[in-house]
Design a binder for this molecule. Structure first.
Ligand code: AQP
Length: 335
């Protein structure tokens, strides 16, 4: 195994948005050129933990793969594969389920958010989502996982499960995976409410910028983004208590690859009527080429299927020996 291995993934639920791009995908692209072996999966088994459309799942999986490639992931270097194409994920999840306390899962904020008020009726799949995520990561003995801030709690559970396995069965077998929460935009907020996360499943499409939005739509969404009447302040501290303003500044910084302080040095004291058009231009400039590449890639689904199948072959070749070792360490019969 190489010294440093990265595994991360996104769910094929709805369209990817600017939060997924700035919080995760953009960082993946940079990391593939550093000293890491990278694997990127499309986590379709996670996607079915909430109601979904079975007729759209396979195509949504291709679309996520196309988004990865359009953003700059090189599939020749980093295998891209559907999680469900590597059955070892599910088997390892079951083994980990025997080492995970329900109390810990009950504390997961994503479960609480998604299950809502009626948690008695939530599915076991949704409840055990973080155990599957631990299996996704540890199946490849990934040392690092680049994610947005919302996934930090799940990563902590992954580390606990690894520690339990190591303590119960074999010291040092699984690594203590490090979360990598990188860049200025670790938590991109909704354009309609600066206190809630930009999310694929939020009802209002105006709350997010989708990676498939055309230039006019991006401009309109930014123009209509909620703000307050005051001009931008000169310092980050001056944006305290102004979550929408802070969010737009953060988005600008992450898109431009500069710090928030640099954005404020340029736009501090300016009204939103000046800042928003500049932000819209930058967003269009960054996202439009990616959207164009996605459309091109999706016009040849057979090629995406080939990439996914080849990625799955490579992933299986890495995963199966790990699972074999786990079975042996746990004492299962071996014919
Ligand atoms: N708003 C966000 N800001 C920064 N990073 C984000 N991520 C998601 N939302 C933001 C990161 O994107 C990666 C993939 O996420 P996912 O596909 O597993 O779905 P999610 O986290 O459940 O994303 P959504 O948009 O919030 O989907 P729904 O609404 O379906 O729950 C992860 O690395 C995540 O941190």
């Amino acid at each position: 195994m190489t010294a440093k291995r990265i595994l991360s993934g996104m769910q094929p639920t709805n369209q990817l948005h600017l939060g997924n791009y700035l919080g995760a995908l953009k960082n993946w692209v940079a990391l593939q050129d550093q000293d890491y072996e990278c694997l990127f999966c499309v986590v379709d088994l996670h996607a079915i933990t909430m109601p979904y459309d079975r007729d759209k799942l396979a195509q949504a999986t291709r679309e996520i793969a196309a988004a990865y490639i359009a953003a700059g992931i090189d599939p020749a270097k980093c295998p891209i594969f559907p999680q469900s194409a590597v059955p070892a994920h599910s088997e390892l999840m079951w083994l980990f389920a025997t080492m995970t306390q329900m109390g810990k899962l009950e504390r997961m904020t994503q479960f609480k958010d998604k299950a809502g008020k009626n948690k008695e009726r939530a599915g076991l799949g949704l409840f055990s989502y973080p155990v599957l995520m631990a299996a996704d990561i540890l199946l490849y003995k990934a040392t690092h996982v680049p994610v947005g801030e919302d996934q930090k709690q799940h990563l902590e559970l992954t580390r606990e499960i690894a520690a339990t396995f190591n303590a119960r069965y074999q010291a040092g077998f699984f690594p203590q995976t490090e979360p990598m929460i990188l860049g200025e935009a670790t938590r991109v907020m909704s354009l309609r409410d600066g206190t809630s996360k930009m999310s694929k499943s939020a009802e209002s499409d105006m709350s997010r910028i989708n990676l498939t939005d055309d230039a006019d739509t991006i401009v309109r969404k930014i123009r209509k983004a909620k703000t307050d009447p005051a001009p931008l302040g000169e310092t980050i501290e001056s944006l305290q208590g102004r979550p929408e303003a802070l969010n737009l500044v953060t988005i600008y910084a992450a898109l431009a690859g500069v710090s928030r302080a640099e954005v404020l040095a340029q736009f501090g004291g300016q009204p939103f009527s000046v800042f928003k058009p500049a932000l819209a231009d930058l967003a269009v400039e960054t996202l439009s080429p990616m959207t164009g590449r996605m459309t091109d890639l999706l016009s040849d689904p057979a090629e995406i299927d080939r990439i996914l199948a080849s990625g799955a072959d490579k992933a299986r070749a890495l995963a199966e020996p790990v699972l074999r070792d786990v079975r042996e360490i746990m004492g299962f019969w071996r014919g």
